[in-house]
Design a binder for this molecule. Structure first.
Ligand code: ATP
Ligand code: MN
Length: 461
C-alpha cells in the first residue's frame, strides 16, 4: 500500500522511491517541466511532484493529468528548493487512473461560493475548506470519545426511534408504516394501534432521558449520536439532522457538572489545536480572522461563574441597548450572552440558577422555589455552547413540576420510577456537535460543517 501524503511529507528525503496516490489539485507547465500538486485528504497541504519531460521514465498522457483526475505517481523523494514545502517528488512514472475532463469538471482552480458547493456535495470534500472541515470534525469526534473514555465514562447507544411521548412534540419527525393515502381511523382520528409500534413513534430529539436510566446504573455515561428536529426555520444554526453529545453522571451535583464541562471543552479544543494546526491556520486566515487565537484563549482561561440573577443585573446596568429587552424572568438571547462573555467577563463564563419557567421540567428546583440548578456555558464569539443541569431527584418535586408544566405523568412513568428506586443526585449537559464544529472552524453556515446537511426542502445527497 502506498503511503498517505501526510506521511510522505514528514519523511527524510534521501532520494528513496515513493508512491503517491491522490487527485491532481493544480497543474502548471513550464518549458520542459510539469508541476503537479497532489492531494489525498490526509493533510492540508498536498505534495509537489515535478515531471521532467527529458528524464527517464514513463509519462504517457500527461495532458490528462488535469485538476480532479486521479493519479498514481512513482518517483524519488528529494529536498525541495522551494519555500512552500520541504520535500518534493521527482517523478519516474505517472499513471492516470481516472480522468476529470477540464471542460466539465466543476471544481476548477478559482474559489467557489459555499452555496454553489452545497449543490455539488459529492465533490466539495475535495476543496481546501471542506477538507479542513472534515479533518477538524474527525479530530473533534475522536477527542470527545477519548476524553470520556479516559475519564471512565461508558458510551451508551440511546434509541433513534422513540415511542415515548416525552419530548416537545412540535419539532418531531414521525416514524410510521401506515399508508399515507389511506390512513386507518378510529372515531375520526388516526388509529395508531395499527401502526408498526402499535403507537405513535418519532425520531429522537435528545438522548438525555435514556442516558439518565444508564447513569443510575453505570454511574458515568455519555451519548454521542444523531438527533432530529423538524425545525421549520431557515437559519445558519439549525439542521433537521444533527449530532449531540450528552454526558450524564450519578452522584454528581451542579458543581461537578460545571467542572466536567470546563475540563471537557478545554480538552477537545486543545486536541484540535495540537492535531490540526495547518487546518486551524487556514480557518484563521481565510474563514474567520483570529479564530485560532480565540480558541487558544479559551484553553488558557479559567471559566468564571455567575448566577442568572446577577447576570441580569449586569445586563440591566449595561451602557448599551439590546435588540431584545432583558429583565428577571426573560431568557438570555445570544446578544446578552455575548455581552456577558465578551465585555463583562472577557472570557468563558458559566451562568447558573435560571428561573424555572424558562427551563425544562427535569431540572432540580432550588430552595427558593423560583430557580433551578441549570448551567449554560458561554464563550466569546458564540454565546451558549453547552446547556446542562442537575436533575430533579426527588419523586414528589418532579411529579409536581410535571403537573405544573401540564405534562401527563403517565407518559413519564419510567422516568419517575428512577426517583422511586435508588434515586441519587445526578447531572449532565448537552452539546450540539455541529455548533461546536462551527465555533472551532469559524464556518458561518451550519450546512457547511456536516457532510450531507438536511434542512427544510433539502436532502439531495
Ligand atoms: P436553539 O435555541 O439554538 O434552537 P435549543 O434550545 O432548541 O437550541 P437544546 O434543546 O438545548 O437546543 O439542544 C441542545 C443543543 O443542541 C443546543 O445547545 C445546540 O447546540 C444543539 N441544537 C439544537 N437544535 C439544533 C439544530 N436544529 N441544529 C443543530 N444543532 C442544534
Ligand atoms: Mn431549538
Amino acid at each position: 500500500m502506498a503511503s498517505r501524503i501526510r506521511n510522505i511529507l514528514t519523511m527524510e528525503p534521501t532520494e528513496q522511491t515513493v508512491t503517491v496516490e491522490g487527485w491532481v489539485k493544480t497543474k502548471r507547465d513550464s518549458k520542459n517541466l510539469t508541476f503537479l500538486e497532489i492531494t489525498d485528504g490526509s493533510s492540508f497541504r498536498g505534495i509537489q511532484v515535478i515531471v521532467d519531460h527529458d528524464a527517464e521514465g514513463t509519462f504517457d498522457h500527461l495532458d490528462a493529468a488535469t485538476t480532479g483526475s486521479s493519479v498514481r505517481i512513482k518517483g524519488k523523494l528529494v529536498a525541495s528548493p522551494g519555500k512552500n514545502q520541504s520535500v518534493e517528488v521527482q517523478a519516474t512514472q505517472v499513471d492516470i487512473i481516472g480522468e476529470a475532463p477540464a471542460d466539465s469538471y466543476p471544481l476548477q482552480k478559482k474559489r467557489h461560493s459555499f452555496e454553489f458547493l452545497r449543490e455539488i456535495a459529492h465533490l466539495r470534500p475535495r476543496t481546501n475548506t471542506f477538507g479542513a472541515v472534515t479533518r477538524v470534525r474527525n479530530a473533534l469526534s475522536f477527542a470527545i470519545h477519548r476524553f470520556f473514555q479516559e475519564q471512565g465514562f461508558m458510551y451508551i447507544h440511546t434509541p433513534i426511534i422513540s415511542a415515548s411521548d416525552c419530548e416537545g412534540a412540535g419539532e418531531m419527525f414521525q416514524v410510521t408504516t401506515l399508508p399515507m393515502e389511506k390512513l386507518p381511523t378510529q372515531d375520526g382520528a388516526v388509529d395508531y394501534s395499527r401502526d408498526f409500534f402499535g403507537k405513535q413513534a418519532s425520531l429522537t430529539v435528545s438522548g438525555q432521558l435514556e442516558a439518565e436510566i444508564y447513569a443510575l446504573a453505570m454511574r458515568d455515561v455519555y451519548t454521542f449520536g444523531p438527533t432530529f428536529r423538524a425545525e421549520n426555520s431557515n437559519t445558519s444554526r439549525h439542521l433537521a439532522e444533527f449530532w449531540m453529545i450528552e454526558p450524564e453522571m450519578a452522584f454528581c451535583t451542579l458543581e461537578g457538572d460545571m467542572e466536567l464541562a470546563e475540563e471537557f471543552i478545554k480538552y477537545i479544543l486543545k486536541y484540535v489545536l495540537d492535531h490540526c494546526p495547518e487546518d486551524m491556520d487556514f480557518f484563521s486566515k481565510w474563514i474567520e480572522k483570529g479564530v485560532k487565537e480565540s480558541i487558544q484563549q479559551v484553553v488558557d482561561s479559567k471559566f468564571q461563574h455567575v448566577t442568572y440573577s446577577k447576570a441580569v443585573e449586569l445586563l440591566e446596568k449595561a451602557d448599551r441597548s439590546f435588540e431584545y429587552p432583558i429583565g428577571w424572568g426573560e431568557d438570555l438571547q445570544s446578544e446578552h450572552e455575548r455581552y456577558l462573555t465578551e465585555e463583562v467577563f472577557k472570557g468563558p463564563v458559566i451562568v447558573t440558577d435560571y428561573p424555572k419557567e424558562i427551563k425544562a421540567f427535569y431540572m432540580k428546583l432550588n430552595e427558593d422555589n423560583k430557580t433551578v440548578r441549570a448551567m449554560d456555558v458561554l464563550v466569546p464569539r458564540l454565546g451558549e455552547i453547552i446547556g446542562g443541569s442537575e436533575r430533579e431527584d426527588h419523586y414528589d418535586t418532579l411529579l409536581k413540576r410535571i403537573e405544573e408544566m401540564n405534562l401527563n405523568p403517565e407518559d413519564y412513568w419510567w422516568y419517575l420510577d428512577l426517583r422511586r428506586y435508588g434515586s441519587v443526585p445526578h447531572s449532565g449537559f448537552g452539546l450540539g456537535f455541529e455548533r461546536l464544529v462551527q465555533y472551532v472552524t469559524g464556518m458561518h453556515n451550519i450546512r457547511d460543517v456536516i457532510p450531507f446537511p438536511r434542512t427544510v426542502k433539502n436532502a439531495e445527497f
